[in-house]
Each structure stands twice: as structure tokens, then as C-alpha cells.
Design a binder for this molecule. Sequence first.
Ligand code: 13P
Length: 251
Amino acid sequence: MKRQQIAAGNWKMNTTLKEGVRLASAVAKNTKTGNALVILGTPFTHLASVKQVIKSNKRVKLAAQNCYEKESGAFTGAISVDMIKSTGADYVILGHSERRAIFGETDKLIAHKIDLVLSRKMKPIFCCGEPLDVRKAKKHKTLVSQQVRKGLFHLSEADFKKVVIAYEPVWAIGTGVTASPEQAQEMHAHIRKIVAKKYGDKIANKVTILYGGSVKPANAKELFSQTDVDGGLVGGASLDAKGFGAIINSF
Ligand code: 13P
């Protein structure tokens, strides 16, 4: 079954507004042929301006990297889903391991944010993945199953179909150590299997599952060619227009 392939960039807390707009323009300019979507996960401060420079390119979409869990009110410094939606963003990255580890986000909170994002007709990019000690203890499949169940399995079929899943082993993020294509394939197949158990084969075969963790131009092709790997969520390498362009062309 044909699935939507995606090359998504997660810029994290990098780039000034000027640098970000320049980067987004270069990516949009270089994204021409092919069926894969390109998603730019920019800082909140850049969303509206980046939207302006990518909007004429239908293949390039905009994502926020998080949202606050309340809808509005006295929460100084927080960013709501309505604010994000009003910039023209299409996606929101949720449950990133940095949000889980540094900001203490729980499965329950992430599940709530998933609902909020869907309620505003945006699509969540739901991240899951195990730390190194969990993999060493051979508990990685158990943990990732739990994260996926607790984060997503409360959704109706109609809502689940709007979700993109990103498997990002924590030990591969920003470390230069990439999961081997076999390790990525094994976990992606596992995630698809548990989705099939809950929502059936048809929906499981349709859900886009991205791999994240030190994706580079040199390894993207091999990773993306795995049966159950539908693209990547790219951190560091998405900050370079040329390198990210090479990743986009790796399908
Ligand atoms: P790196 O590509 O820098 O390892 O980051 C991956 C990531 O966390 C994307 O969300």
C-alpha cells in the first residue's frame, strides 16, 4: 500500500528569524519533484514568517515543535494551539524525547495535547523512542508499545488516521550514532503491528512512521528504503539547506 512519505526537519532551538526564513526559502526553492512531503518544524517565533516563504510550494508544510496544554488564559510565556493554527501551521510535533526528558512531559499530558491539536484540525507528529539503558535491558519494544498506546490509542479511527508517528531512539538523537536500518525496520514493523491490532491492517498499512536520530545525507537512502520506514524526522542535518535537500531526495 502506498503511504505518504515525509522528510521532516526539527530545527529545535536553533536559528534566528532571519536565518530561519533564509533556510526555509532555500528548502522550498529546492523542493521540486517527487511525492514526499517536506515539513519544517520551526521555533514558534518563526512560524508566521516561514509560512510566507513556503506557501506557494504545496509540497512544503509547516510544523510547530510543541504546544501548551491549556487553550488560553493566564499562562505567561505559553503558546496555545489556536495561536499556532493562526500562523498557518499544519502539524505540531508532540512527545519529543527532549520534551519528555527535559520538560517532564508524561504520556498522559502528551495524549491530551494530541487531542488539542486534532481539535484545531492540525496533525500531530507523535514521537516515541527508548533511552539506551532500556534498549540494553531489551525492553525497548515494551516501552515504545506503552508510549504509543498511552499517547494515541484513545483516538477514534478517524482521528488516528491523521497522526504521523516518529520513532526516535533517544540514544541516536544528536549523537551521530544512527540506528542501523535493521534496528529501525524492526521497531517500525513492531509499531505497525500494534497499530494493526488496535485499528486493523488497513489503517496500520496507511500510517506514516518516520525514523529520527542522526539522519544524514549519507544514511537517509538506506534507512528510507526499509519496508516500514516512511521517511525521517531530522534534527541537526535539517539546518543545512543543501544537506536537507539531499535527504529530501533520498526516497
Ligand atoms: P538529530 O537528527 O540531530 O539526531 O535529531 C533528531 C531529532 O531529535 C529530531 O526530532
